[in-house]
Design a protein around this ligand. Sequence first.
Ligand SMILES: O=C(O)CCC(=O)C(=O)O
Ligand SMILES: [Fe+2]
Length: 387
Amino acid sequence: MSDSNGSGGPISYDINLPYVSEGTDASQSTRYPEYMPNFDKIHFDPLKPFDFEDPALRVQDDSLPNLLTADVKLTPIQPRIGTVAEGVQLHSLSDKAKDELAYLIAKRKVVAFPNQDLIDAGPAAQQEFMEYFGKLNYQPVSGTVRGHPGFHIIHRDGNKEDIARFMEARLTSCLWHQDVSYEIQPPGYVMLGLLDGPEVGGDTVFASTGEAYRRLSPMLRTFLDSCSTLHSSSKMIAHAKALGGIARKDPVDTVHPLVRVHPVTGERCLFLNGEFVTKIVGLKEAESKMLMEFLLNHMMMGHDFQARVRWAPKTIVMFDNRSMIHSAIVDYLDDDGAAQLRHIFRLCAMAEKPIPVVEPQQQNGKATSGTNSANGMNGTNGMNSTK
Ligand SMILES: O=C(O)CCC(=O)C(=O)O
Ligand SMILES: [Fe+2]
């Protein structure tokens, strides 16, 4: 597919591919050797359909009394998106508080939790925590934690040659994407946990795909509401294999709506990224390429609907993969172009099959504008952004 990241070259996903080969002495390059990327040869069957109910829909009281106790302080990162939540320990939340956590993330889209005990609670506790929010994704190509296949591990330390090769044909390290968008039920709530990282740099940047949608003209929105796109993991898997990596799953190709309705907020969100989407179904090649480039550029350029998260070790960030597109920022290089240590894990909780605005049968001429309002909770809810 065409370039969406300003490099002029084809898009690949190799910035997340292994930088530590088997046999590397892990203890030299991390305080968390258990989380060094593992590439044991395991094969997973395709994900079967599963029932999903968003935990946020169980919330009765939008003041979130179980989560936002007196010692919790919420600070907005940007007025409408992003919150830093101090005083919450994810590890000790009740189920009711977890429902409210889902609600908070659905509303604010990305929430950072500094100083989390959960970081030191180990992979089993972290996986169990995220299983509350949906079925865990097992990563097809990237490093994981042995015995805990829900983990996707990024470990960068040095990697001078890899980074130089990666940057050879590109202008930026940014790869804007939604995680695992090619699955039939792609992730909703996603957790990132920083084990170790540079003092400055290595932020993660997020853009609101709902606000990106709302900025478009009503005429274009109506057209996009009826479009669908092809998401595929084929290229990522072929690329991993070409580099001598493993593939734990067969490629998955899925057609998704280009605009999806959020099951909690009712918001319509663009669902399109530069990593996995290969085309807009039904358009001619040039039309599809042009429209995808336009929409991706719009999301990447819209600094007035973006938020950047700054990290410190033991910070956990949770975000909503249905209403956000995001990118890592690899700017923590020394003068020689070698990366400082950054070691982070990701756990993705798979959610609903993306809800279209226009049901496919309506697209065949019966109706032109759908009004799938999902499950309410749209508009104000009295939740202050600081507490
Ligand atoms: O490293 C980061 O900041 C984000 C990583 C990411 O987006 C991913 O691995 O899917
Ligand atoms: Fe990601």
